[in-house]
Write a protein of this length. Structure first.
Length: 403
């Protein structure tokens, strides 16, 4: 699977002073140019994705108003949503994918909001700034923040590999050639062997590979061939002439899988205790009496920097006797102890990592399951889960779901 690179979003501002005359507000567009037109003055720009990228979430932009700014100023509103912004009087303008938490190479953009009600008096609107702080100043109230890049992030390109020769190496040695191309390498005497995707410029977690070439003409004398090395320098040594370079990972980077969490119960724990269940699924957990609570993306196999989280289950049937529920622990072993039966395991990060967010797990109950069954609850939070009768058990960092 390949992903597109980032595109540039330009933000313009207009107005100021009395909001009933010409409210201070912003407008956004996808553009490689600064936003200095149609009465707007460029404020800032950022680079984000227009398609999902691991670790990102979708931000929707709605617009309203237009014409006389003293009547209904043209302005925008933002929300984190998988849906277009067509509600509450807003008309969808655009969307982008950015990170909800810190990511290498990305910076924090804070969004403040002001106004509301009659647009001729104080229109509801937003302002954006690049800041590590919430936007609670100059009459603005913090609405949300996101992390995006200030410079372009490349999209991966296709590299094609052709082969030639074979048999007696003194006559026509078996060898390969590489080029950056969207086509198979079937020309100039080469037969296509394979292709791969890599980055043409630096990318987090990737290293630089340099390719040198030598020879040409009669393959029995000096066959055209390549040599490759991991290096930050061009390959111009030992008789090789630099051909190209690319950035790729030196370790496998598997796709994270989606884990869905459903919840059930609530109120008196001796009747129907509030609890969760988890499954590996691309669908929301809305079946078998469970209501979807949240989902996250984690790995099913070990990835450098991750640890294993084991999930055990217990109970089933009448929730007033022994409710079906789970328990989570960080362990290299399956969860088959203390009355729990292993259900599944996933690999996530024990501390913040590229593109991840924090999930906190709380526990409650214990002892007789018909009175107050030992069980867990989960939420996406930067804080420990010590509220609403839950005691913090553990936390992990995983990728937020993009669907």
């Amino acid at each position: 699977m390949s992903y597109a690179g980032t595109v540039r979003f330009s933000v313009g501002e207009a107005g100021g002073g009395d909001p009933s005359v010409n409210a201070h507000r912003t407008m956004i567009e996808q553009s490689n140019n600064d936003f200095n037109h149609s009465g707007w003055k460029h404020r800032l720009s950022f680079h984000a994705y227009t398609v999902p990228f691991p670790g990102t979430v979708r931000y929707s932009i709605g617009e309203a108003g237009g014409g006389d700014p003293s009547v209904n100023a043209h302005r925008i509103m933002i929300e984190q949503s998988n849906n277009d912004f067509n509600h509450s009087g807003w008309k969808h303008r655009l969307f982008f994918y950015a990170y909800p938490s810190p990511f290498p190479g990305a910076v924090r953009f804070s969004v403040g909001e002001a106004g509301g009600g009659d647009p001729s008096v104080n229109p509801h609107r937003i302002m954006i700034e690049q800041s590590n702080n919430d936007f609670n100043h100059s009459g603005w109230k913090h609405r949300l923040y996101f992390y995006a890049h200030t410079n372009p992030v490349p999209n991966p390109l296709r590299y094609s590999v052709g082969e030639a020769g074979g048999g007696d190496p003194s006559v026509n040695a078996h060898r390969i050639m590489i080029e950056q191309s969207n086509n198979d390498f079937n020309h100039s005497g080469w037969k296509h062997r394979l292709f791969f995707y890599a980055y043409p410029s630096p990318f987090p977690g990737a290293v630089r590979f340099s390719v040198g070439e030598a020879g040409g003409g009669d393959p029995s004398v000096n066959p055209h061939r390549i040599m490759i090395e991991q290096s930050n320098d061009d390959f111009n040594h030992s008789g090789w002439k630099h051909r190209l370079y690319f950035y790729a990972h030196t370790n496998p980077v598997p796709n994270p899988l989606r884990y869905s969490v459903g919840e059930a119960g609530g109120g008196d724990p001796s009747v129907n205790a509030h609890r969760i269940m988890i499954e590996k699924s691309d669908n929301n957990f809305d079946h078998s009496g469970w209501k979807h609570r949240l989902s996250f993306h984690a790995y099913s196999t070990s990835v450098p920097g991750t640890v294993r989280y084991s999930v055990g289950e217990a109970g089933g049937g009448d929730p007033s006797v022994n409710p079906h529920r789970i328990m989570i622990e960080q362990s290299d072993n399956d969860f088959n102890h203390s009355g729990w039966k292993h259900r599944l395991a996933f690999y996530a990060y024990p501390s913040t990592a590229l593109g991840t967010v924090r999930f906190s797990v709380g526990e409650a109950g214990g002892g007789d399951p018909s009175l107050n069954a030992h069980r867990t609850m989960i939420e996406q939070s930067d804080s420990d889960f010590n509220h609403s009768g839950w005691k913090h058990r553990l936390s992990f960092f995983a990728f937020p779901s993009i669907n």
